[in-house]
Design a protein around this ligand. Sequence first.
Ligand code: ATP
Length: 367
Amino acid sequence: MVEVKLDRITKRFGSFEAVKELSLKIDNGEFLVLLGPSGCGKTTTLRMISGLETPTEGRIYFGDRDVTYLPPKDRNISMVFQSYAVWPHMKVFDNIAFPLKVKKYPEDEIRRRVKWAAELLQIEELLDRYPGQLSGGQRQRVAVARAIVVEPDVLLMDEPLSNLDAKLRVAMRAEIKKLQTKLKVTTIYVTHDQVEAMTMGDRIAVMNQGRLLQVGPPTEVYLKPNSLFVATFIGAPEMNILDASLVENEGIALEGDGFRIPLPEDFRDILLDYLGKDVLVGIRPEHMTVKGVSTLEHVTRSVEIDGVVDFIEALGTDTIVHAKVGGSIIKIKLPGHIPLPIGEKIKIEVDLDNLHIFDKTTEKAII
Ligand code: ATP
């Protein structure tokens, strides 16, 4: 177990910057998720931490040790990939034992450790089989067992669940999280799946276009996104974004096509520089409700806007109401089955304490 520190690392491939001045500290025993869309530089970052790639600029530390130019074999790390990368010609036992044999552990220690890892991953029954005789989920368990058997200082995982079907992915998600909690190994986990990030990470680091945009515990990143990108990347259905102007007219208010949202006076100081300007308003679907149909819980301040039901998505546990507000369609998530008629006029209640306002030019969060 070690602390990992990335100090302004940049990776260029020719003139293309895949990772740009990324600084991040991953605590001892922490489960950090690197989250972002395809091509944002997650894998490149992980490969630099592993030693498979060298930063063009910047430094990487494991504890006090500068590992920037150390080869992977000298870092005491393990990696798990999306493709499992288990060897087809070796039995499960030999696959798991392989890194121990490379390190010339004695035979009885190898047997003890393989048994320990296989028990943790519940694959003791499979030790005599070849990978070709296993399901995808079992193969991934073998890959994870092989990764932990050496008791690495740092465990690196690159989309390890992507090749599994949806149900198995959910089950393995919980298992990997529990295993990591038990072993307390410093873990860096790459994914583009925001649900995986939310459910597994102690903290999430959101990346886009080679840059680290925000890092924090899942609920903080979800409830207090620092930018339009983070706000809309995390959450399903996505956060609703509306164009508005911040006006002063009997108090401050947001005015847009078909709506007016009066704001409490305590918003004024934060918004002072934006009076008279155009901004973007963000409201998550679950931070609104339809008046007379369901209520917002734990809400102290709210406002009402007018809408018309445009479409209903019945998900069983929830209902997503698509409502027309002016010329825009917004989505409202209501618990339970709520069969509202299309075309019905509704009053939409908006939770003011979960309202987001973004600078239209920089797309940074103001509130
Ligand atoms: P994905 O989820 O699709 O794997 P990612 O966020 O992991 O995406 P990276 O694999 O880190 O993204 O790639 C970041 C960018 O760097 C991409 O535009 C990619 O094409 C580019 N890139 C990665 N490796 C190389 C390389 N060896 N040579 C040139 N460009 C590269």
